[in-house]
Design a protein around this ligand. Structure first.
Ligand SMILES: C[S@@+](CC[C@H](N)C(=O)[O-])C[C@H]1O[C@@H](n2cnc3c(N)ncnc32)[C@H](O)[C@@H]1O
Length: 269
């Protein structure tokens, strides 16, 4: 608990990330990741294998952009730094462990950014949703974009904030959560670079004897195409989030999201 309070106080996060609750969410995730290290290791290895497949077919390896980079547990920072001329890590919050790790690599840059473009709307400074990834799409040196297990997280804080405070966001965008998830996928589609998508889409509460007690959608009703690899991620073993059940997420890896998407949604006409 003390470590969490210190992390919250000492992380050089933006005022927005503090006000929206993103910093608190990142600290709590960091804490859980440490407690559930063993349970998450298989998930992280599967993510790493998907990223390797994405890298393998690349014609050039100039810049790699990682969205939702967090602590870079599911994607290897040393591997990316050694493979690409430049690596850009984008997250709404960068806690100290990743700040220190990034300092070892002169070609790694951290960018604090809300990839949903909803922060201004939620904080009453804008009436619409921005397109914060436009500047990266304009960078012709980006050869690989990795969306690193952030898709199911993106709507959580904005939807909770909009519900709690009402206001313009709630009135103008009653479907804010779905818009955010669809918006991120649409933003990925608009990159001409290869896109590697790592995401969970369904949560399961699993009882002591393996029985499924509950299942819930994590993507606001948005469906993903069939993936290159699918696995179960034990997000919270028995006793971590609840005494009577474990929380397991269905996770998916797309080494080439454009290709998977084209197979799922063939062009019309
Ligand atoms: C499940 S974590 C995955 C983190 C990371 N890939 C790792 O291995 O540590 C989801 C990440 O999405 C980030 N995130 C959530 N909302 C965001 C937003 N609006 N903009 C940018 N990043 C966001 C969180 O800060 C968190 O680092």
């Amino acid at each position: 608990m003390l470590a969490e309070v210190l992390a919250w106080l000492l992380t050089p996060a933006t005022l927005d990330a503090r006000r929206t609750g993103h910093l608190a969410a990142a600290v709590s995730l960091w804490s859980r990741a440490r407690r559930c290290r063993a349970d998450w290791s298989q998930h992280e290895a599967r993510c790493g294998a998907v990223v390797e497949r994405a890298i393998a077919g690349l014609p050039a390896r100039r810049t790699c952009l990682v969205l939702g980079s967090g602590l870079m547990r599911d994607v290897s920072l040393p591997r990316l730094a050694a493979t690409f001329e430049k690596v850009i890590l984008v997250d709404i919050v960068h806690l100290w462990p990743i700040r220190l790790a990034a300092r070892r690599f002169p070609n790694v840059r951290l960018v604090d950014l809300d990839v949903t473009g909803t922060a201004d709307l939620l904080l009453g400074r804008a009436t619409g949703i921005a397109d914060p990834l436009a500047r990266f799409r304009a960078d012709p040196t980006i050869d690989l974009v990795i969306s690193a297990n952030c898709l199911s997280q993106l709507a959580l804080t904005p939807v909770a904030l909009a519900r709690r405070h009402g206001g313009l966001a709630h009135i103008r965008f009653p479907d804010l959560g779905r818009r955010i998830v669809e918006g991120h996928l649409e933003a990925l589609r608009r990159f001409s670079a290869r896109v590697c998508l790592l995401s969970d889409d369904e949560g399961l509460d699993v009882g002591r004897n393996g029985e499924i007690l509950d299942r819930y959608d994590l993507l606001e009703g948005v469906r993903l195409p069939p993936a290159d690899d699918d696995w179960d991620w034990t997000l919270a073993p028995l006793g971590e989030a609840a005494a009577d059940h474990a929380v397991v997420h269905r996770a998916h890896g797309f080494a080439d999201f454009h290709a998977a998407d084209a197979r799922f949604r063939p062009p019309s006409g």
